[in-house]
Every structure is written in structure tokens, then in C-alpha cells.
Design a protein around this ligand. Sequence first.
Ligand code: PLP
Length: 382
Amino acid sequence: MSRAEIVVDVAAIRHNVGLLRRHVGVPVMAVVKADGYGHGLVEAARAAREGGAEWLGVASLDEALALREAGDTGRLLCWLLVPAEDPTPAVRHGIDVTAYTLADLDRLADVARAIDVRPRVQLKIDTGLSRGGATPAQWPALVERARGLELAGLARISGIWSHFSSSEEPDDPANEAQEKVFREALDLAAEAGLRPEVRHLANSAAALLRPSSRFDLVRCGLATYGLDPAPGLSPDLGLVPAMTVRADLALVKDVEAGAQVSYNHTWTADRPTTLGLVPVGYAEGILRHAGNRAEVLVGGERRPVRGRICMDQFVVDLGGDHPAPGDEVLLWGPGTHGEPTADDWAVASETISYEIVTRIGGRMTRRYVDSDRSRADHEDRR
Ligand SMILES: *Cc1c(COP(=O)(O)O)cnc(C)c1O
């Protein structure tokens, strides 16, 4: 154990993917971009595959290649190359790449001619997020060019996909509107002769809350890690948060009433109390906004953060208790021992749990545990 660490239970990831697959009834793409949402790219991917993920999804080419280097040989989609990146290694490694534009298709055709490998290409339609993808106005030309390349043996159009803007708000009419545009885009692609292996639209929230959007595959990021993409709205599947963040208590001390805490003295003790120093700060991705708002668990009790979060440390109110320096501080975890959750930190930081788990890091180390295996070991020993 190190002074401050992120503990990832790979059994939770395995379990969550299994639950998601059974619940949605279609194949699952586990999204492992951004270092597996802060859980570790390769380890998260491996656990997701063990849990039954037929696909993996990443944003960047580097992430996709890192998975291949780590030995993953399964279906893998990458969705955000930039013009300066050469897609050749992706094509060589059988990675599905996403084409947004005619220029993307032409580059992939050039790669096909150069290395004599047929790229697996997925087309993205922008159904209303106005992020990546061809607009409905650009779509007919994109599918026509794509079909032309298929007929010329220069590409295999393996998928067609899009992405929601508001899936965690299931009553937002944008969901219905986007799904309608997606269906129209699929019809046009079919008329042009395209027969993709997978058509997909849903992220975690849509996979859970909008069954009509599941098509051939759902892309689950947040839910893979056991977090709720639509807190309070999602059905309770029994997802288990995989991440626990813990630190050693660096220091415990008594202060008098009137003690002013941390930068700019935004908190003042109204009575004598004990303060505990936690050795992680915003350089580790603890959001500064959580100052005076978040809580941690020390000695079985919730302890409020007092004053501003600093770069390397923050202060909690131990309320007169005297845990020993070196005792464990749980910042967040699954909540099973009374500790806060990533959702609690999201509320305290006025953000979403996605940002809480993807930002944590800095000087913290990551450690992997497998609660299935340790349970098995335990049972073996008995
Ligand atoms: C990040 C991402 C996902 C995963 O979203 P979650 O809400 O975490 O399930 C799916 N699709 C695309 C295109 C993404 O960028």
C-alpha cells in the first residue's frame, strides 16, 4: 500500500459487463478511452473482455494501438483520429476506424492501396450532437463514396453509428429526434448497398434507459466501471463501482476555536476540534471546487473537508476524535463501508462522476485487486 492510491477491483468490471450484457440483450462495447476512465486502459480492457465485451471502444489511435500491443486481438473501434495521424497502423492491426468525411474515406483508400489490406471502416452520422460525424446533408455523399470503395475492394464498411446529446435525460425530446435521424441514415445507407455488421447509437445511459436505441451493439463506458450514468433514474442492475481512492492520514492535530483553515481562510473553527491532513490535492485531480463541500471516511465516520483544496493536500475535520496519523482515509469507493461515492464527489464538485474518475491520478499510484480471486483464495484456505 502506498501513501495515496487508486485501488481498482477488476472483478467489479468483469461483473458489470456481464450484468450489462444480460440486461441489454445485445453485444456490448466496453469503452476504455481515457485510461479506462481512470481505471487503467489495459487492465480495464482485459477485465471487460473476461466479462464478455465483444467490442472495445477508444477515442485515440494511441489508445487503440496500446491495446493491440498488450495483446488484445478482438473487435476494437477508434473514433477520433486527427489529420496529422496516419491510419496505417490501425488498418494493419485490424482496428475499426471511424470516417466522418469524404477526405477520411479517401485517406483510408490510400492506405488500402499502399499496404494491400482492406480497412474496416465505420461511418458516423451526426444526428444532432454537432460534434464529429457527417451531417444529414453530407450523409448521402459519404455513403455513396463508402459503397464505391467497398466495390473497389478498398474498404469494408463494418459499422454505422452515432452518439446522443442527452441520453441521461430520457424525457428530453432530443433523444427521439436523434434516433429518428439515425434510422433515416441507416435506410439511406442500406439503399446505397451498405450492409454493416454493427449499427450502434447507445452509450451507457441510453443502453439502460432507451431500449429502442440498442440496435446491434451498445457502447458502455461509465456503467462498465459500475457508476450510474443517470443517477436516480437508471434501473438497479447491481452494478459495482470498481474504483476506491484511499490515502494515509498525514497528520492529526488539535486546534482552538477560531482556527482558520487553508488558503484564504474560507473556514473557521467555531469550537475546539481536531484536524486531519490528507496528502492529495488538485494536482491529483481532487477538484478544487470540492473544498468545504466533500467528505471522506476516517475511522468509520464521515469527515467534512474544511477550507480550500490545495495542490498537494487538504484538511478534514475530525471533530475531536484522534485517529492515529497513518490511519486510512477513504475518499470514495463503492460505498459499502460508509465511504462517499464518486457520485457524492461529483455533487460536491458540481460536476459528473465521469470527471471525478477520469481526473484522479497525479502522484497517486494505482493498484489492482481481484475480489473474485481473493474470495476464492479465502475459500481455498478454509
Ligand atoms: C465516451 C463515449 C461513450 C461512452 O459513454 P458513457 O456515457 O460513458 O457510456 C460512447 N460513445 C462515444 C462516442 C463516446 O465518446
